[in-house]
Write a protein that binds this ligand. Structure first.
Ligand code: APR
Ligand code: ZN
Ligand code: ZN
Length: 361
């Protein structure tokens, strides 16, 4: 029997989000219905609401979630009812060229639920990043569920579903930070601070945090930064060089997505260092770099998609680190809110007041 539950939609471009009744079908083949326990509020949800991703309104927002599998459809073997899971937005296909090359984190034929959740009048909803988790129960592809330790706090580990994984993976998976490395992180929101935590766990000995907001830099110190730079007051490239014996960092993670920070990241790396771009730019932005510098510096310019993660490998590992007290996921949770508070949470996000607001259901 399809169920009617409460969820949060963006009905049209820039309209305030609304809590409405939503019809969730029973899971079909390869699908699962998940009772959502928590869902973080991510920038991408705001981008959907602003029409910045596409115009397939109405959107069912939310995609950074943990919960318990309620029911599964035919042929589902990945998870079973009762499993505590983190949802991911890249259930890889296993068959495309990227998957076949052994780089499934570049898979662009990822699976989502085939059926649609709808409004009570039958209007089909577009779930944010193929999830849609600001809702009491959601319908996803079974491959979007990764089973993890049920003792872990859902508000904390749900954040692995997007921003924290993106940042952590940018440093560790894409940047390959190793023992004794120097790392600079530009932009210390949820994503940048997760990169700092990842760099520390991977053994970096110098971690320079750069932001224009002193409060974010205080948080960065708590996550493991050894140096902090307010780039509104001090030239960050010079400060990073100074903190790294004049060389620049082995790995620079950019977690803002603006032209000036992309440029800073480029110049802040040591010769043969790696620049990891995880901050998502808007399509209109450009940077200009001297070719001789691109050539002469060697190393690598990389972008990082979802932290180049493999959910089945990385989510349980990060939950273990959290449970062992080695990765402070709780520190990303600035506030816990209800489904009716999401509009306010977007405002706080835009004012830079939160690392994460997390909806608890
Ligand atoms: N220089 C340095 N830091 C900056 C600058 C700048 N010019 N402009 C903004 N910042 C800082 C903000 O002060 C904030 O601390 O960047 C941080 C951005 O953090 P959030 O807004 O919390 O965003 P977050 O969720 O961390 O995502 C960062 O990564 O995955 C992408 O889409 C995401 O592009 C976004 C980026
Ligand atoms: Zn694939
Ligand atoms: Zn997200």
């Amino acid at each position: 029997m399809p169920q009617t539950v409460k969820g949060v939609i963006a009905r049209s471009k820039d309209a305030d989000v609304e809590v409405v009744d939503i019809v969730v079908p029973d899971p079909g083949p390869g699908e699962a219905v998940v009772k959502v326990h928590t869902c973080g509020v991510c920038h991408t949800d705001l981008h959907y609401k602003q029409g910045g991703i596409n115009d397939e309104f109405p959107f069912l927002l939310g995609h950074e979630a943990a919960g318990v599998v309620e029911a599964v459809g035919e042929g589902v073997t990945e998870v079973a009812p009762g499993d505590f899971v983190i949802l991911n937005w890249r259930a890889v296909c296993g068959q495309c060229r990227a998957c076949q090359k052994g780089k499934p984190w570049y898979c662009f034929a990822t699976h989502n639920a085939k059926q649609k959740m709808t409004l009570t009048d039958g209007t089909e909803l577009s779930p944010a990043l193929g999830i849609g988790a600001f809702i009491e129960k959601t319908l996803v592809a079974a491959g979007q569920c990764t089973k993890v330790d049920p003792e872990a706090d859902a508000a904390a580990v749900g954040l692995l579903g997007c921003g924290v994984m993106a940042g952590f993976g940018a440093a560790v998976n894409t940047g390959g930070v190793g023992m004794g490395d120097s790392v600079a992180v530009i932009g210390c929101g949820g994503v940048g601070n997760a990169a700092i935590a990842g760099a520390q766990l991977a053994g970096a000995t110098t971690i320079v945090a750069v932001d224009i907001d002193d409060e974010k830099l205080d948080a960065a110190r708590r996550f493991g930064a050894t140096h902090t730079v307010n780039s509104g007051k001090t030239d960050p490239v010079e400060a990073i060089k100074e903190a790294t014996g004049g060389f620049g960092a082995d790995v620079v993670v950019e977690a803002v997505g603006r032209p000036e920070t992309y440029e800073q990241a480029f110049y802040a790396r040591d010769l043969a260092g790696t620049v990891v771009l995880v901050g998502v730019p808007t399509p209109d932005k450009q940077v200009t770099l001297p070719m001789i510098e691109i050539f002469g510096r060697g190393g690598a310019l990389k972008s990082s998609w979802y932290g180049d993660c493999l959910p089945s490998r990385d989510f349980p590992m990060l939950v273990d680190l959290y449970r062992q007290g080695r990765f402070d996921l709780d520190a990303f949770v600035t506030e816990k809110i209800g489904l009716g508070d999401i509009e306010k949470a977007f405002e706080k996000m835009e004012r830079g007041e939160v690392l994460r607001s997390v909806v608890v259901l």
